[in-house]
Design a protein around this ligand. Structure first.
Ligand code: SF4
Ligand code: SF4
Length: 229
């Protein structure tokens, strides 16, 4: 588990490097994308708990207690599950996702209170124009491909673990800390879906060359995690 947590941190660092070349409108206190609908893996919850020190973890829990969201986006499939469905020609429904359902309770005065340890689902939010102006994120297609590839690898790293709404996962954090991959099936069926290994990377032909180095680096990280167990 500790090894996977460390590899996850390496993946986050690589993600920041890979996205640094894009010009974005994202700025401090621009936080319309910080909703109650963000998703994450169980491993990322374990990572947050592992990295937060002092009373920071208790502060996160306290913020959740007062959140009171009755409706959140709860994904029916993971990114790799979507890739598999595409490969098998399945067209599966997805849950509704509406930002008006609420703001992330970890946001304070427009600033994320756990910014350095936030999950990939938060990190992938970017836009070349302010979302408030256009009403949606404006994302270059290459950036979309890169974020999708990272989502696939982070899920792969936690294959057998769970994926779901970030706030739901935080609510069940004690279980992930003990054993990420051993999370109760009953709970998976209720609220979470199971992470899968990568069936195939979702990279369009025009982006294969541009993402080659990223894919190779991510592959090395995964192999490192598998060799150390
Ligand atoms: S994704 Fe949109 S709302 Fe989020 S920080 Fe960037 S511009 Fe702001
Ligand atoms: S965890 Fe932080 S970055 Fe993610 S949605 Fe909440 S406030 Fe925003």
């Amino acid at each position: 588990m500790n090894n996977a947590v460390n590899i996850l941190e390496e993946i986050y660092t690589l993600f920041d490097t890979a996205m640094a070349g894009f010009s974005v409108a994202c700025a401090k206190r621009c936080s319309d994308c910080c909703t109650c609908n963000v998703t994450a893996t169980g491993l990322e919850i374990a990572y947050i708990r592992d990295r937060l020190t002092g009373g920071a973890w208790d502060a996160v829990r306290a913020r959740l207690t007062g959140a009171g969201h009755t409706r959140r986006f709860r994904p029916l499939q993971t990114t790799n599950g979507f890739a598999l469905a595409c490969m098998e020609g399945r067209d599966e429904d997805e849950q509704e996702n509406d930002p008006s359902w609420g703001t992330c309770p970890l946001l304070e005065n427009g600033i994320c209170t756990i910014y350095p340890v936030r999950p990939l689902g938060c990190r992938v939010m970017m836009s070349t124009t302010p979302c408030r102006q256009s009403g949606q994120a404006d994302m270059p297609l290459l950036a979309l491909t890169i974020t999708t590839v990272f989502m696939q690898f982070v899920e792969h790293l936690d294959a057998g673990g769970v994926y779901g709404n970030f706030l739901d996962l935080l609510d069940h954090a004690g279980n992930f800390y003990l054993d990420c991959n051993g999370f109760q099936r009953k709970e998976i069926n209720l609220r979470f879906v199971e992470n899968l290994s990568i069936p195939a990377l979702m990279i369009p032909p025009e982006h294969i060359e541009k993402t080659q180095n990223i894919v190779q680096s991510l592959g090395r990280m995964i192999r490192k995690s598998e060799s150390k167990g």
